[in-house]
Write a protein that binds this ligand. Sequence first.
Ligand code: NAP
Length: 254
Amino acid sequence: MSMGNAVGQTRRVLILGGTGDARALAARLVAAGHEVTSSLAGRTQAPLLPQGAVRIGGFGGAEGLASYLSDNAIDMLVDATHPFAATISANAVHAATRAQVPLLRLERPLWTRPDGAVWIGAADMDQAAAALPVGARVLLTIGRQELAPFFPRTGCTIFARMIEVPPDLPPGWTIIAERGPFTVPDEIALLRRHAITHLVSKNSGGDQAAAKLEAAAHLSIPVIMVARPLLPPAPTVASVAEVCESIARIFRTG
Ligand code: NAP
């Protein structure tokens, strides 16, 4: 366990990050005097870096993460990864148990359908790809890692927005390389510019990417909404503020 300092007892917190919430959390915990390390997978070449220390790259599965927790005398593990990052979240549960380190998951609330919007639910990307009718002009807003189920879709015109563009995308796709957040007017303009008829989205939740849903509702464009993957149970809170409160409580009583 780490030593005390001027602001009280300093604790070592490892944040599994890669999200805006994780960056906001790192800033709050650094300001509270904790020793914070954020972990990024290393997927993006120019990531937005959080305050505090940063480590980049995989741990080598749950066992590797458990060793990291023990070797670095981590007092608290916070899983603030994206809700679709299912492998690292499962690893966090197993590693925390193995290393006997308390785990808290930050899971932002699901998006809910705005009044009047048309949402078509899909359990996964395969279902989402199958739900697109022939002739659709589709905007994919699902990142770049799960595009493969859409590759064989002929008969649709595909526009795909992502931060960094992978090689070997199908010819004929239009790539929009942009990083959000976007405003509702921006999103309406984009949907109109490309005469989009269908939007594909993960149910990521949060404020940063929600404008596209309002824009789609405004233009009566159906949204194929992909459900979140199931995660093993873990103590969970829904906001950065709640993580800070829980950590303060755990460290007071721990
Ligand atoms: P994933 O499928 O759950 O994880 C695959 C592997 O990547 C993990 O087993 C782990 O490797 C490594 N990894 C993932 N997140 C890590 C982290 N924060 N720090 C260190 N290693 C990590 O994850 P993913 O869906 O590829 O997401 C990767 C990162 O991008 C996450 O940090 C996530 O927050 C962020 N992100 C994901 C999405 C999305 O839609 N999936 C969207 C926005 C941001 P080892 O087993 O070797 O430890």
